[in-house]
Design a protein around this ligand. Structure first.
Ligand SMILES: [Zn+2]
Length: 402
C-alpha cells in the first residue's frame, strides 16, 4: 500500500510535543494584539509570516523571537481560553485525536491571574472543543475514538526582565541571588502549582517540562523541580538535544527521570560528547541507546522544527531519526509549534514518509506509540481501552484504503 495524504489525514493521530504559544492562528494573534494594546511588527498575515513566523530561521534564538508576541497577547483568561479552544479544533480538523499542550504558565501569570488560574483558563478552552467534538454521533456510538488531551506545565530554563510580570517580580525580589538559583526556584514553584491544580482542582496537568533557549542553560539546574515532580507522580519530558549532546540525554533520563525526550537530535553524535571521562564515546552511545530502547523512553520527533533551528541538518534524510528508526526506538512525530514551524501533524508524517521511505507497518507503530506513550490523564485501564479503540479505528481506515 502506498501511503497517501488522504490516508494520513484520516488516521487517528497524536501530538505529544505541541507548544501553545507557538501554535496560535495568526489572525487570532492580530485580533488579540489589537484588543489588548500589544504592538506587532506587522498587522497582516503575509507580512507577519515573512518577518516573524518564517519558513526558515537562522538559529534557535531567531526561531524563539515570535514567542514574545504570542505570550504578550495571552495575558487574560479569555485569550487563553480562546487559543486553547482553537488549537484543539485545528487538531481535530486534521484527524488528531489526542494532544498534550505544553506551555509555561508563569509567562502568563500576572496580578490578575494566578498560576492555577492560567492553567484553568487554558483547560476551559480545550475542554470546550473536546465536548463539542465528542458530542458527535460517531463518537457517541463508539464507532470513532473521542478527542482527549492533557496539559504539560513547562518551567523556563532561563528568563530575564520583560518575560512576564511574574518573572519580573521574582527577579526583583531576588535581585542579589545567583540567577541559576532563581531559575530553579521558579521551576519548583511551578511544580507545586501544577500538583495543586491537578489534585485540588482536578485539572488534567499530566506532565512537567522545560522550555526556552537551551544553550548555556543546562536542564540539570532544574533537578530539584524534576525530583519534586517525580515524587508527585507527574510525568516528565525534557527538551534534550536541540543544543546539547548525549550527556544531556543521559542526565535527562537518569537525574531528571524523563519518561520521554523532546527532540534528542544529537543522541547518536559522538562529537557532542564533552566529558573527558567518557573515553569510549561509541560504547557510551551504544549503552545509552540500549537503555532508551529497553525502557521504551519515547522520543518526540519534530522534523520541521529541527530543520529550522539546527540549519546544519540541511536535508531531512540526514536527520538522526534514521538512526532512531534503525535502533527500533520508540518515537512519534510531533509539530513542536504549528505556527512558528508552519506545520501540522499530517505534514510532519508526510515529510517523514517521504524522507525515510517509512512502510505502512512502521507508520502504524509510530502513530500508536503516540497514544501508548502519552501521559493520558486517566487510569491505566481507561488509557488501555482508549488505545484499543484507536487501534481498531486505525485498522478500519487501513481497510478502506487497501
Ligand atoms: Zn519544543
Amino acid at each position: 500500500m502506498k501511503i497517501r495524504r488522504e490516508f494520513i489525514e484520516k488516521i487517528p493521530k497524536t501530538d505529544l510535543h505541541l507548544h501553545l504559544d507557538g501554535s496560535l492562528r495568526i489572525p487570532t494573534l492580530v485580533e488579540l494584539a489589537r484588543e489588548n494594546g500589544v504592538k506587532l511588527p506587522a498587522w497582516d498575515e503575509t507580512t507577519l509570516r515573512r518577518r516573524v513566523f518564517k519558513d526558515a530561521y537562522a538559529d534557535l534564538p531567531e526561531y524563539l523571537k515570535g514567542f514574545a508576541y504570542t505570550t504578550a497577547v495571552l495575558q487574560t483568561p479569555q485569550a487563553l481560553e480562546r487559543v486553547g479552544c482553537e488549537l484543539a479544533r485545528d487538531n481535530q480538523a486534521e484527524g488528531v485525536r489526542y494532544i498534550e499542550v505544553r506551555f509555561a504558565p508563569q509567562l502568563h501569570q500576572n496580578a490578575r491571574m494566578s498560576c492555577i488560574d492560567v492553567m484553568a483558563a487554558l483547560d476551559r478552552g480545550l475542554s470546550l472543543a473536546k465536548r463539542e467534538f465528542n458530542a458527535r454521533a460517531e463518537v457517541k456510538r463508539g464507532s470513532e475514538p473521542p478527542f482527549e488531551y492533557g496539559i504539560i506545565a513547562c518551567a523556563m530554563r532561563m528568563f530575564d526582565r520583560g518575560f512576564s510580570e511574574y518573572f519580573d517580580n521574582l527577579l526583583a525580589v531576588h535581585a542579589h541571588s545567583e540567577r541559576k538559583w532563581v531559575f530553579s526556584l521558579a521551576s519548583m514553584e511551578l511544580v507545586r502549582a501544577a500538583v495543586e491544580a491537578r489534585d485540588k482542582f482536578g485539572l488534567p496537568i499530566v506532565g512537567f517540562d522545560l522550555a526556552g533557549a537551551e544553550a548555556g542553560y543546562p536542564a540539570g539546574d532544574h533537578a530539584p523541580a524534576y525530583a519534586l515532580a517525580h515524587r508527585h507522580f507527574l510525568k516528565k519530558t525534557v527538551h534534550a538535544g536541540e543544543a546539547y549532546g548525549p550527556e544531556s540525554i543521559f542526565q535527562a533520563i537518569t537525574d531528571l527521570h524523563a519518561d520521554r525526550l523532546g527532540h534528542a537530535v544529537y543522541l547518536f553524535d559522538a562529537g557532542m560528547i564533552k566529558s573527558p571521562e567518557i573515553r569510549d564515546k561509541k560504547a557510551y552511545i551504544a549503552n545509552l541507546v540500549q537503555f532508551i530502547a529497553d525502557r521504551r523512553i519515547t522520543i518526540e520527533v519534530c522534523l520541521t522544527s529541527n530543520l529550522q533551528t539546527i540549519p546544519a541538518i540541511r536535508d531531512l534524510a540526514r536527520h538522526s531519526f534514521r538512526h532512531m528508526r534503525k535502533a527500533k526506538l520508540s518515537a512519534t512525530f510531533c509539530t513542536d509549534n504549528r505556527t512558528v514551524s508552519q506545520t501540522t501533524v499530517s505534514d510532519e508524517i508526510i515529510k517523514a514518509v517521504q524522507a525515510f521511505h517509512i512502510t505502512p507497518k512502521e507508520l502504524k507503530n509510530f502513530v500508536i506509540y503516540g497514544f501508548k506513550r502519552s501521559f493520558f490523564p486517566g487510569s491505566y485501564l481507561k488509557k488501555r481501552e482508549y488505545v484499543h479503540q484507536v487501534i481498531e479505528y486505525y485498522e478500519k481506515i487501513e481497510k478502506e484504503f487497501s
